[in-house]
Design a protein around this ligand. Structure first.
Ligand code: UD1
Ligand code: MG
Length: 451
């Protein structure tokens, strides 16, 4: 039997004042992915029949990001209840009894830690009980600014009191509103249109649909869900706390998938970081977006890697920097203080010390000596350097691009290479060495040195 359909409304129109930011709150990244994208990702496997994101004016970036989900503008933002009403209007044609949607999941764009499993539990509870409202509950150590859940003797939800409106007794309640709710689609519209603004913030509080429902003899319940998933981000400090939780989750997942993290608390992963089996990540490594590390590779301490692909058995670092477009094929070694950008290093190539390799193609088995620089930028344009397989580039060489070093060539240390080098040639492109016997002694005497 197919599951009944549900719709999701994601609230993201709030101005996020407490973030003190020029960008919308829900666009702030957690583990390199905007918070709202985490939520969309968690929602996806549940296949909502429709998703509407409620945004504020000037939030085109959010509208673009959430596509193909629809977005609707709430202007001005009159509160969470008002936002849900606007979202429901957009969904109107699909709501039961005429439409196909039975439940409406109300989510907040500022809760990026929610998992698919938890969303599905909330939805299941709504379907099993057929309650008009299921509110997500949690018991944090510090209930702080969260709304307090007031339960009746029967354990059912009577009302939700916002912290700003609560009496000292109500503030002492430690069961709080996680914010997200599952609503019966057939009642949702009537509940939100009955809301008023008689509260501390003069807003339409979504939370006030609970007493409205009770007056209509509708069932309202809570479902306790994991606190760490419901954490709502309102401030930069909340953002940092969510980042820490997300990092722990990513580290745990990476280890469960077969990577060794020697000091996991010092490794920072991106949501999309892919680590193969038997990869070893030493301490203090940072991964930006778009990184894949092949099986058995070792990433040594203090390396910074983003937009890069690392092959099987490669060794990177310590103190290496791989920038976007770096592709290291299998068994490549990139050592300390080496920066690679937009460059492919073929199987077994080595650049072990103090180099910049940018806009380059480096063949298999090439050895790049310490201090080699690809001079890829002439101040206006970027140019490519091509190094054929097995070539040997001596230390402290400047390869002035565009330039091509033939396969098997040897470039002498200290060279400044400005022309193409033929395959298997020896190229020396540096000043001649001149030795003048005893001249040092004469100079010292002239200068009056006593040595
Ligand atoms: C809300 C709940 C509170 C709960 C907490 C959990 C209400 C009235 N309060 O408070 O009980 O404990 O979440 O995190 O619901 N938004 C709009 N339009 C608006 C106002 C807000 O779209 O007019 C969006 C925001 O962008 C945000 C979400 O709704 O994504 C929640 O708003 P926020 O201001 O963060 O509510 P809280 O004060 O955290
Ligand atoms: Mg919030």
């Amino acid at each position: 039997m197919s599951q009944p359909a549900f719709a999701a409304i994601i609230l993201a129109a709030g101005s996020g004042t407490r973030m003190k930011s020029a960008i919308p709150k829900v666009m702030h990244p957690v583990a390199d992915r905007p918070m709202i994208a985490h939520l969309m990702h968690a929602l996806e496997p549940l296949r909502p029949a429709a998703t509407v994101v409620v945004i504020g004016p000037g939030m085109e970036t959010v509208a673009r990001l959430v596509k193909p989900a629809a977005s609707v503008i709430q202007d001005p933002p009159h509160g969470t209840g008002d936002a849900v009403r606007i979202g429901l209007d957009r969904l109107a044609s699909r709501l039961a009894p005429k439409g196909d949607v039975e439940d409406v999941l109300v989510l907040f764009g500022d809760t990026p830690l929610l998992t698919t499993r938890t969303l599905s539990m909330l939805l299941d509870e709504r379907r099993c009980t057929d309650a008009a409202i299921i509110a997500a509950a949690m018991r944090p150590k510090e209930p702080g600014a969260y709304g307090r859940l007031v339960l009746g003797r029967d354990g059912k939800l009577e009302r939700i009191v916002e912290a700003a409106d609560a009496t000292p007794e109500e503030l002492a309640i430690n069961l709080v509103n996680g914010g997200i709710m599952a609503l019966a689609a057939r009642h949702a519209g009537a509940l939100v249109t009955a809301l008023d603004r008689n509260n501390a913030k003069s807003e339409f509080y979504l939370t006030d649909i609970v007493p409205v429902a009770r007056r209509r003899d509708l069932d309202c319940r809570v479902l306790e869900l994991p606190e760490h998933e419901l954490a709502g981000i309102n401030t930069r400090a909340d953002l940092a706390a969510a980042e820490a939780l997300m990092q722990n989750r990513l580290r745990r997942d990476a280890m469960a998938a077969g990577a060794t993290l020697i000091a996991p608390e010092t490794v920072f992963l991106s949501t999309d970081t892919r680590l193969g089996r038997d990869v070893v990540i030493e301490s203090n490594v940072v991964f930006g977006p778009g990184v894949a590390i092949g099986d058995g590779a070792r990433i040594r301490s203090f390396s910074h890697i983003e937009g890069a692909t690392v092959g099987v058995g490669a060794i990177v670092g310590p103190f290496a920097r791989l920038r976007p477009g770096a592709v290291l094929e299998d068994e490549v070694h990139v050592g300390n203080f080496v920066e690679v950008k937009e460059a492919r290093l073929g199987v077994g190539a080595k650049a072990n010390h103090l180099s910049y390799i940018g806009d380059a193609s480096v063949g298999a088995g090439v050895n790049i000596g310490a201090g080699t620089i690809t001079c890829n930028y002439d101040g206006v344009n970027k140019w490519r350097t091509i190094i054929g397989e097995r070539a040997f580039i001596g230390s402290n060489t400047a390869l002035v691009a565009p330039v091509e070093i033939g396969a098997g060539a040897i470039v002498a240390a200290g060279s400044v290479v400005t022309r193409n080098v033929p395959a298997d040639a020896l190229t020396v492109a540096r000043g001649q060495q001149v030795d003048k016997p005893d001249r040092a002694t004469l100079i010292r005497a002239r200068l009056g040195s006593k040595n």
